[in-house]
Ligand binder design. Structure first.
Ligand SMILES: *[C@@H]1O[C@H](CO)[C@@H](O)[C@H](O)[C@H]1NC(C)=O
Ligand SMILES: *[C@@H]1O[C@H](CO)[C@@H](O)[C@H](O)[C@H]1NC(C)=O
Ligand SMILES: *[C@@H]1O[C@H](CO)[C@@H](O)[C@H](O)[C@H]1NC(C)=O
Ligand SMILES: *[C@@H]1O[C@H](CO)[C@@H](O)[C@H](O)[C@H]1NC(C)=O
Ligand SMILES: *[C@@H]1O[C@H](CO)[C@@H](O)[C@H](O)[C@H]1NC(C)=O
Ligand SMILES: *[C@@H]1O[C@H](CO)[C@@H](O)[C@H](O)[C@H]1NC(C)=O
Length: 658
């Protein structure tokens, strides 16, 4: 089975809907109603955008129900016009006789659609005999009859993206059939009475349905494209069942701008026996696994030669490139090494999902359990319902992403080994000290990956961020949903794909990531080595990061921003550096701040100079009188009088008895 997720995205009540269409770029659905109105609904905000009487369709004139539909077909089918009778005929536009006539239905034909995949000369028809027929229009035979609807079939459609046929009927149901096996995958009944129209859209998983009582939009299947990149920049993706490859290296030295579509040459690699819903390279990039229809096939990444296959609900690679696990059912997980089954086991609370990486994660209603790959020994059970789990290469850090937020945990391998040795600190939930929480961030991770100790991710609000040491850095605001493919340190670039299989990239300096990783590991020797490779304009960003981690001295040494350096110098009590910066900046504010610091450090000479620069007579008066310095009081009196600061002048003369 296809195992398509089906989600209802919009329910819009209205008079009878006779035709629906989805806007190619905006999140809009257009519904034309039997009563003569046309409505536009926004399926993201769930509001009606516009509603007005249709100029094209006047029911009072008694035109046939289908004429609106036929008109839109004219646009859709471009050169072909199809007329509907008990038999139906295919016409070349402008021709006076039909190309051919197909006979087979026993009652009136209501609807037809062309196969949009391109490789099959197929037509589909639905009729009042409650049947749906698939035709080969080259040899003019009926290839298949789909039985199941309990009333007149009113609409049929080959989905432009997914391997499915969607049919709607006056029995109130929408049925979803596999377009190759013709198996009934799903029957949907939303209780909106008779179904009149269905519309899919190229490049989208949304399907609009029109009913007697309104319209509905459903989303079918995964949003994420089946796409994967290896560490050398070879990208493999599936377009329908065709597998294609693109190589970043083949782009040459062309200049690349952030967020721009990359001009990649695409190579066909052959077609896949299953409909790929996911594609994933193993860690060393030699193999790819393609999953779909409850099956998996492992291919060589180079030539797409099949290496192994089987049925599985889910497939994950281990950290070790020769190992992987499959979830066979809701209770059995199997581990394979070198394509041979090594172990089959039943996790205690069942297996509703599995996660690969450094440890094998198994999700159940009770939460998440981590097992080691070697002996499938329980390492730790955590009360969490993960969506994704991402392990860093070192296996020291892991991100567990849920529907609401994500957690960064440190895995303490030494403590685990010690506990396994001594059997201390081991409970029925595993080893208590196995993980240490580093942080929780209230953001929803869509896709993610680690570079060193930096976790890079795309969020639900289309931001491209990275997390390091409790800090979030935004790399870019994306204009649409994008999926992370990988990071190539040599290019200093991060690569992402979208569901139309476009690839874009963003610059992200490996030196900055390495530096931040070194700081997180408190390895300042390494940090100092990396620092010279960080361009000057990135230094201040790095300095802010150091400051946040509590390394102000290092931040002061690294920062190139005078304002930031002055702040740091003040905080660190570095009077000389602060003085130098104040001289360069010639800012009263800075002199005042420095004066305060100088006073607190009993550097009265410096304080006096600063207060002079700041023209702070009040401060000077306080300093002069408090220190009992007659010379200073006298000088202040003259200066204040000259500058017209009469209060201070009066006070200082008065104090001197003048
Ligand atoms: C048609 O139906 C829609 C929604 O059900 C309604 O808003 C509109 O006023 C109706 N138009 C006419 C001409 O009755
Ligand atoms: C229909 O016939 C015309 C010529 O009359 C031809 O050009 C066209 O390819 C035919 N279309 C189909 C679908 O057979
Ligand atoms: C017509 O073509 C289909 C494949 O598209 C094939 O399955 C069928 O057997 C053919 N029928 C005839 C009568 O040639
Ligand atoms: C199905 O179509 C027939 C005409 O072929 C019509 O008489 C009948 O009312 C339709 N059924 C429903 C449920 O509307
Ligand atoms: C694997 O390849 C062999 C021949 O190369 C082929 O016979 C077999 O059907 C393939 N199996 C799958 C599942 O791809
Ligand atoms: C008093 O102030 C003057 C300048 O205003 C300065 O030169 C002198 O060193 C100060 N005396 C003392 C004892 O701090």
């Amino acid at each position: 089975p296809l195992r398509l997720d089906i989600k209802r995205k919009l329910t819009a009540r209205s008079d009878r809907v006779k035709s629906v269409d989805l806007h190619p770029t905006e999140p809009w659905m257009l519904a034309s109603l039997y009563n003569g109105s046309v409505c536009v609904w926004n399926h993201e905000s769930q509001v009606s955008v516009r509603s007005r009487p249709s100029a094209m369709w006047d029911p009072k004139r008694g035109a046939c129900d289908e004429c609106f539909t036929v008109l839109s077909w004219l646009c859709w089918l471009r050169k072909r016009l199809i007329c509907l009778f008990v038999v139906f005929q295919v016409w070349q536009l402008g021709s006076s006789s039909p190309n051919f006539t197909l006979e087979g239905h026993e009652k009136g034909v209501n609807c037809i659609d062309y196969y949009s995949g391109g490789d099959k000369p197929y037509l589909i028809s639905g009729a009042d005999d409650r049947l749906v027929k698939i035709w080969d229009y080259q040899n003019k035979t009926c290839v298949q009859t789909l039985e199941g609807h309990a009333q007149n079939v009113s609409c049929v459609s080959f989905h432009p993206e997914l391997p499915i046929i969607v049919t709607g009927s006056e029995d109130g149901t929408v049925r979803i059939w596999h377009s190759s096996t013709y198996r009934l995958e799903s029957t949907l009944n939303y209780g909106m009475e008779r179904v009149w129209c269905v519309c899919g859209l190229r490049g989208s998983n949304n399907v609009a349905l029109g009913y007697d009582e309104g319209s509905i939009i459903i989303k079918l299947g995964r949003e994420e494209p089946a796409m994967s990149m290896d560490t050398n920049g070879k990208i493999i993706w599936a377009k329908h069942s065709e597998v294609q490859q693109a190589n970043l290296k083949a782009m040459g030295e062309a200049e690349i701008k952030d967020g721009e579509r990359l001009p990649l040459a695409v190579k066909d690699m052959g077609s896949c026996e299953i409909y790929p819903q996911t594609i994933q390279h193993n860690p060393n990039g030699r193999f790819v696994v393609v999953c779909g229809d409850g099956e998996y096939i492992i291919y060589t990444a180079m030539a797409l030669r099949n290496k192994s296959f089987g049925s599985a609900q889910e497939f994950v690679w281990a950290h070790d490139s020769s190992e992987y696990a499959i979830r066979e059912s809701n209770s059995v997980v199997k581990i394979f090494k070198n394509f041979k089954e090594k172990k089959s086991f039943k996790p205690d609370f069942g297996a509703e999902g599995i996660y690969g990486g450094f440890l094998l994660g198994v999700r159940s209603v009770n939460g998440l359990a981590f097992y080691d790959w070697e002996n499938t020994e329980l390492i730790r059970r955590i009360e969490i319902q993960p969506k994704h789990i991402f392990w860093s290469d070192s296996g020291e850090l892991v991100c567990i992403a849920t529907e609401e937020s994500f957690f960064i945990l440190r895995y303490l391998a030494e403590k685990v080994a010690a506990s396994q040795e001594s059997n201390e600190g081991v409970t029925e939930d595993g080893i208590e000290d196995a993980f240490e929480v580093q942080g929780e961030i209230q953001e929803i991770v869509k896709t993610g990956l680690w570079v060193g100790d930096c976790f890079i991710y795309t969020s639900s609000v289309n931001r491209l961020n990275y997390y390091v040491g409790g800090e979030i850095v935004t790399i870019a605001h994306l204009d649409r949903t994008m999926y992370l493919l990988g990071y190539i340190p040599k290019d200093d670039r991060l690569y992402l794909g979208d569901k139309e299989l476009n690839i874009v990239s963003y610059s992200l300096l490996v030196s900055v990531l390495e530096y931040q990783t070194a700081v997180m590991r408190r390895d300042f020797g390494m940090a100092d080595k990396v620092l010279p490779t960080i361009p000057k304009e990135q230094r201040t960003r790095v300095a802010h990061f150091l400051e946040k981690q509590g390394f102000k001295q290092q931040a002061l040494a690294v920062s190139t921003d005078p304002e930031h350096r002055f702040e740091l110098a003040l905080q660190l009590g570095e009077l000389k550096i602060a003085y130098q910066l104040a001289v360069e900046a010639e800012s009263e504010q800075k002199w005042k701040q420095l004066a305060e610091l100088a006073i607190s450090k009993c550097q009265f000479g410096l304080a006096q100079e600063c207060l002079h620069h700041a023209q702070d007579y009040g401060g000077l008066l306080l300093l002069a009188t408090a220190s009992g310095n007659v010379t200073m009081v006298s000088k202040l009196a003259e200066g204040a009088e000259r500058d017209g600061k009469n209060n201070v002048a009066f006070m200082t003369y008065f104090l001197q008895g003048k």
